[in-house]
Design a protein around this ligand. Structure first.
Ligand SMILES: [Zn+2]
Length: 307
């Protein structure tokens, strides 16, 4: 029995914000999709009346910052805070400034707050964070400083039953090698980690039986794997899902299929009464996709889960 069981699953009342975002999410001075796009997505979500969007509560911010410090190598945390040593502070791949720590703590707090809310009320929530699935315990990688998925999974552990599991469902183009490493480092044995990718970056061997990485070779393979993994998640009877809703699979999968993916994941989890927290993850401006189109594509995730 856990503290949420007595409340039972309910649907949203339409007034409670279910999506988290803060200006701190875009605090770094380095201009890049990962450090900027969330604001444009937030504007579309509010403008279209999908959700009022709120900042992570101060209490969650404080507890999450403390947890991040406890979980990571102190030398790495000091580097993110101060820029010293600089090579470690910039290990995620862009120039360090103080906004990186601000963004990392705030956007991770948003994931924690959204997951707590999803479990408490039994509905879908989101944070306009990126999942940052390449970040490690002692360094950043692939534009990721702090792994919000793994930290949120650890943060929620005392709030769920001893036998409850959380699924991390990662559909980003790249492989979640950071998440896999942290599942091992932090003994996140309550996490079912299912990962479908279209790109070999950060490929890994799953560290626990039952966890899976599949590198898709075609749109049909990708979509069929999403559906199969959804079946595994539902079968697992997990307490909640953290959904790393990358749109960078666009390198292989057409936009209409990515939009269909969001409808599929949302409707199947809703039918199974499994609360889900989405985060944005990868998605980049490039040929055929300008900043407005990218924000619109990410907003499809919020529309499917919250709208
Ligand atoms: Zn990616």
């Amino acid at each position: 029995m856990n503290s949420f069981d007595t409340e039972g699953p309910t649907r949203g009342d339409g007034d409670t914000p279910r999506v988290f975002w803060s200006p701190d999410y875009v605090a770094p001075s380095h201009v890049f999709d990962t450090t900027r796009k969330s604001e444009a997505v937030r504007d579309l979500i509010v403008g279209r009346g999908i959700d009022p969007v709120s900042e992570p509560p101060a209490t969650v911010m404080a507890s999450t910052e403390k947890l991040i410090e406890e979980l990571h190598d102190p030398i790495y945390i000091e580097a993110l805070r101060t820029g010293d040593p600089m090579d470690l502070a910039a290990s995620q791949g862009f120039r360090w400034d103080a906004g990186i720590w601000t963004m990392a703590t705030s956007s991770t707090s948003g994931v924690v707050a959204a997951l707590e809310l999803a479990i408490k009320h039994g509905f879908a929530t989101g944070s306009l964070s990126s999942g940052l699935h390449h970040a490690r315990r002692d360094r950043g990688r692939g534009y990721c400083s702090i792994n919000g998925l793994a930290v949120a999974a650890e943060a929620i552990r005392p709030r769920i039953g001893l036998d409850d599991r959380i699924a991390i469902f990662d559909v980003d183009a790249h492989c979640g090698g950071g998440t896999n490493e942290l599942i091992d480092d932090w003994a996140l044995d309550h996490v079912l980690h299912l990962d479908v990718s279209t790109n070999d970056f950060d490929r890994y061997q799953p560290c626990r039986p039952g966890n899976e990485l599949h590198r898709a070779t075609s749109t049909a393979d990708y979509m069929a794997t999403v559906e199969r993994m959804l079946g595994l998640i539902i079968e697992s009877g997990c307490r909640a899902v953290l959904y790393n809703a990358g749109m960078d699979a666009l390198e292989m999968v057409p936009e209409q299929d990515l939009r269909r993916r969001e409808e599929l994941v949302s409707s199947k989890l809703r039918s199974a009464d499994i609360p889900c927290t989405f985060v944005l993850a990868g998605g980049y401006v490039g040929p055929g996709l300008d900043a407005d189109a990218l924000a619109d594509l990410h907003t499809a995730t919020a529309e499917a889960f919250i709208g």
